[in-house]
Ligand binder design. Structure first.
Ligand SMILES: CC(C)(COP(=O)(O)OP(=O)(O)OC[C@H]1O[C@@H](n2cnc3c(N)ncnc32)[C@H](O)[C@@H]1OP(=O)(O)O)[C@@H](O)C(=O)NCCC(=O)NCCS
Length: 203
């Protein structure tokens, strides 16, 4: 049973068989919050980079929203970013690098994302020392603007705090004005205005 429900929407913790839906939601929100399907030949690259590993390695912090019976949104967290990134380096990236050798193929964006599989950015200790956890949240259009993002954020932050976290960070594409407004409204602190906008919040 879900932890929240209305006529058409249910929130619940993720299950292993949600994997393909996470890939789909990630792809359909990959272009600064918008559908990225037309930009890629390899549609699963976004999910490899930003979604599926959370279900694999941090299932207790993987929250999904079902809309009319199908998963159409998620909030995915990692309690200890440093340990999570170390584990990705050992277990997650190696087979993906073999499947997508450099310099990569496909569109410019495919090749850019393949480059990220080979050279993922490690989060600096200056961030993780104070904000050890991180998260990603993506909802398809039918779920947006209904208070579901706020409910999912509250639920996930509570779960991260229960697991001992003292702070959370996340990165946003500077073109994604909607998400930037959302995180500012939810009392996240904005740092800089770089290639990625960093947001933090103490727990
Ligand atoms: C960004 C996103 C997660 C926000 O979730 P949402 O469910 O649409 O937002 P909610 O309806 O829960 O809004 C929560 C609160 O934030 C406010 N808010 C939302 N967007 C806002 C904005 N751009 N500026 C100011 N306030 C905003 C709402 O008014 C609401 O306020 P209230 O609860 O005090 O009444 C969601 O729209 C989404 O997934 N978009 C596409 C994918 C994406 O961009 N993900 C982020 C990648 S970093």
């Amino acid at each position: 049973m879900g932890m929240y429900a209305d006529d058409d929407t249910v929130l619940r913790w993720a299950r292993p068989d949600d994997r393909d839906a996470l890939y789909e939601v990630c792809l359909r929100t990959g272009d600064a919050g918008n559908d990225a399907r037309h930009l890629l030949q390899h549609g699963r690259l976004y999910g490899h980079l930003y979604a599926a590993q959370y279900l694999e390695f941090e299932p207790s912090c993987a929250l999904v929203a079902e809309f009319e019976g199908s998963v159409a949104g998620y909030a995915l967290g990692a309690v200890d970013t440093e340990a999570f990134e170390t584990r990705l380096e050992r277990e997650w990236w190696p087979p993906l690098r073999l499947a997508h050798p450099l310099p990569g193929d496909g569109t410019d964006l495919d090749r850019h994302l393949i480059g990220q599989l080979h050279r993922p950015v490690r989060t600096p200790p200056a961030v993780t020392d104070r904000y050890p956890s991180h998260l990603h949240m993506n909802l398809l259009p039918p779920l947006q603007g209904r208070g579901i993002g706020r409910t999912m954020m509250t639920t996930l932050l509570e779960r991260l705090a229960e697991q001992g976290s003292t702070g959370v960070h996340l990165g946003v594409d500077p073109r994604n004005h909607r998400a930037i407004g959302f995180y500012e409204h939810l009392d996240f602190t904005r740092h800089g205005d770089d290639r990625i906008v960093l947001f933090t919040r103490r727990l």
